[in-house]
Write a protein that binds this ligand. Structure first.
Ligand code: CMP
Length: 435
């Protein structure tokens, strides 16, 4: 009888929880293994149990890797052969080396136990994964991981220093492992950070050589960490930074061109509104790289609430809405702006997404209507092929969506029911207008 294994999804809950657990075990192993070597702890009792648990977990992880489907070039590989091939070519050798029970081979092979640290490569993979999942801000994530690597490096240097007998500088320190570690960590941190007080110094040639190596790596690492942190902090909120840069540029331009103060104020208010309403993102720029189908889905999600507000679209089929959404273009008007004036030639119609507009007679004296979100205007000129029959101006900041004549004509041809509806309403407005 063939054993039927339950299928594990590579992005499923179980696999995620397992990966997190293995990550924890990896970190524990990376901390404990060098400590054991540095203090030459005998492998008995609790330490032996820990060693066995770590080995068992890593072994289980390897076995699991042979049965977990994987994504290769975007395709899910589920065949046992395919999965095994992928694993054997990828992480297998590394995992095998890190799991090998070197400790049981005796003290000569003791140093090989450090191969456990190879598993840390999985931490780097995990980091990439987290970055893609967008769990937290990428910059914050990188800072956390960089902190982790630096701390681990300091730990390894500390353990090596202890192993070389470096931390052993007096009877009061050498008697207790904890204090010895603390003293050695102090040496490691001051050396890596290139502070080097010189109160703990190398004595033997080996210690001196090691100190030189750590100093050289430390100088590089220190500079690298500072540079990375500086750029990460600067990038923490890249949308806001970009937006502020844009405002800076506009401000200096306005000063240079001596733009009147009231106009400057209007421009700044407009930017405030941009930030409030869309966090400075230009939707079409941000989504430009997406394939059409995905862009449409995002567009539907973002604009659904707008379309739901428009009565003539209620009951319109998905096909019509999709066609509309692809062609709608956002535009913003500031308070008092005229969207157009009576008599203008019309080449598009408008949907109100946010804010209010006023429809006023051509002489500007009679208020014909105030349109709020969900209303539309500018259809009459297109449908009846005539100039705009009234002026329309923004009351507050208004977010409008425009639909050009060509697209409207195409949509009307494709969706006759919608055409009738729109014509009817246009005729009503026209009559009302002529009264
Ligand atoms: P259009 O003629 O293209 O440009 C002016 C727009 O104002 C017009 O289309 C209608 O959409 C709108 N409009 C005109 N009169 C009224 C009205 N009485 N009530 C609401 N909207 C109107």
């Amino acid at each position: 009888m063939r054993l039927k294994l339950p299928t594990i999804h590579p992005q499923g809950r179980f696999k995620r929880a397992w990966d997190a657990f293995i990550l924890l075990i990896t970190v524990v192993a990376a901390i404990v293994t060098p400590l054991k070597l540095a203090f030459q702890m005998p492998l008995t009792g609790a330490l032996l149990a820990l060693e066995l648990i770590i080995t068992a977990c890593f072994l289980a992880d390897m076995l699991l890797s042979f049965v977990t489907p994987v994504y290769v070039n975007g395709q899910l590989v589920t065949s046992p052969r395919g999965i095994a091939k992928h694993y054997l070519r990828g992480w297998f050798i590394l995992d095998l080396l890190s799991i090998f029970p070197w400790a049981l081979l005796g003290s000569v092979w003791g140093g090989m136990r450090l191969l456990r640290l190879l598993r840390l490569a999985h931490v780097a993979k995990f980091m990439q994964h987290m970055a893609k999942e967008n769990v937290i801000n990428y910059s914050v994530l990188r800072m956390i991981f960089l902190g982790f690597w630096v701390a681990l490096f300091a730990h390894l240097v500390t353990c090596a220093w202890i192993a070389l007998g470096g931390g052993n500088i007096g009877p009061e320190w050498s008697s207790q492992n904890g204090l010895l570690y603390l003293r050695s960590l102090y040496w490691a941190v001051t050396t890596i950070a290139t502070i080097g007080y010189g109160d703990v110094t190398p004595v033997t040639p080996l210690q001196t050589g090691f100190t030189i190596v750590v100093e050289i790596i430390g100088a590089g690492l220190y500079g690298y960490v500072i540079a990375i942190f500086a750029s990460l902090i600067a990038n923490l909120d890249s949308a806001r930074r970009k937006f502020l840069e844009q405002i800076d540029e506009i401000n200096s331009f306005m000063r240079f061109r001596k733009i009147p103060l009231h106009l400057q104020k209007q421009i700044r208010n407009y930017y405030d509104y941009l930030w409030e309403s869309r966090r400075g993102y230009h939707e079409s720029h941000v989504l430009a790289d997406l394939p059409d189908s995905l862009r449409l889905k995002v567009s539907i999600f973002i604009n659904k609430s707008m379309l739901e507000k428009v009565p003539i679209f209620q009951g319109a089929g998905d096909a019509l809405l999709e066609e509309l959404l692809v062609h709608l273009k956002p535009s913003i008007f500031t308070p008092g702006d005229y969207v157009f004036r009576a008599g203008d030639v019309g080449d598009c119609m408008y949907f109100v997404n946010n804010g209010r507009v006023e429809v006023v007679s051509s002489d500007g004296k009679t208020l014909l209507a105030t349109l709020s979100p969900g209303s539309y205007f500018g259809e009459t000129a297109l449908l009846l092929n005539q100039p705009r029959n009234a002026c329309v101006r923004a009351v507050d900041y208004v977010d409008l969506y425009t639909l050009d004549r060509l697209t409207l004509t195409r949509i009307l041809e494709k969706f006759p029911a919608f055409q009738d509806n729109l014509h009817e309403l246009a005729a009503e407005r026209q009559v009302e207008h002529q009264r």
